[in-house]
Ligand binder design. Structure first.
Ligand code: PGA
Length: 246
């Protein structure tokens, strides 16, 4: 399995920031891991055209192929832009746009139907962690957000504790290991052997100074990186740390 370093630019970045992709390509001409940048949608075509090493991904898609959905973007168009992947069910989408597990399952199905890799995000809130409900929440989100037919090729899971996103806080390595092993077992029970090589990313305040220890945790096959993916100088050492475990 090739590990995956995925950058989520969220609603950050302007055309001039695309030079960061050139910088990443120069630093990692022949990487041992997959590198993905998910820019805001208007930059998707340009991102995909920039580099053969750094792939492009979207941050959301609509469940329908086309139609009267002002402001939305179809998985078909994302694929046509040259992107390989789409992030789905990020906690900011779940919160800001009231996306449900069922919505995310429908979007994941649309991604699969258009030959895109779905990066499906799950994670508990701080209160759920305090209430000892983390594994229940992860189980419910996995069950509801994934359609039938998920394979190691078409699906990546990102475990992102909501309270770790953009806060500088991360769970203990034991907590990450517990969550990832639970996710692995749950996926294998439902999808069979293919889930043994499905990539499980950790996300939430991954930085150059904590990446290596996180990547050494069992069942962590990469990272979904927000803030530290905006600049090549921040993202590059994270990619290097992942490549060292590959
Ligand atoms: P962060 O964001 O790395 O800035 O915490 C991660 C994410 O939201 O995917």
């Amino acid at each position: 399995m090739r590990k995956l370093a995925a950058g989520n630019w969220k609603m950050n970045g302007l055309p001039e920031n695309l030079m960061e992709i050139d910088n990443l390509t120069q630093s990692h001409p022949d990487p041992k891991v997959d590198i993905l940048i998910c820019p805001p949608a208007p930059l998707l075509f340009a991102t995909a055209a920039k580099s053969t090493v750094v792939k492009a991904g979207a941050q959301d898609c609509h469940a329908e192929q086309s139609g009267a959905h002002t402001g939305d973007i179809s998985a078909r168009l994302i694929k046509a832009s040259g992107a390989t992947s789409v992030i789905l069910g990020h906690s900011e989408r779940r919160q800001d746009h009231a996306e449900t597990d069922a919505d995310i399952a429908a979007k994941t199905q649309a991604a699969h139907a258009n030959d895109l890799i779905a990066i499906v995000c799950i994670g508990e809130t701080h209160q759920e962690r305090l209430d000892n409900k983390t594994l229940d929440i992860l189980g419910t989100q996995l069950q509801g957000s994934l359609p039938e037919g998920c394979t190691a090729k078409n699906t990546v899971i990102a475990y992102e504790p909501v309270w770790a996103i953009g806060t500088g806080l991360i769970p203990t390595l034991e907590q990450i290991e517990e969550a990832h092993s639970f996710i692995r077992n749950t996926l294998v029970t439902r999808f069979g052997d293919t889930a043994k090589s499905m990539r499980l990313l950790y996300g939430g305040s991954v930085k150059a100074n904590n990446a290596a220890e996180i990547f050494n945790v069992a069942n962590v096959d990469g990272a979904l990186v927000g803030g530290a993916s905006l600049k090549a100088s921040d993202f590059s050492p994270i990619i290097t740390a992942l490549a060292e475990t590959a």
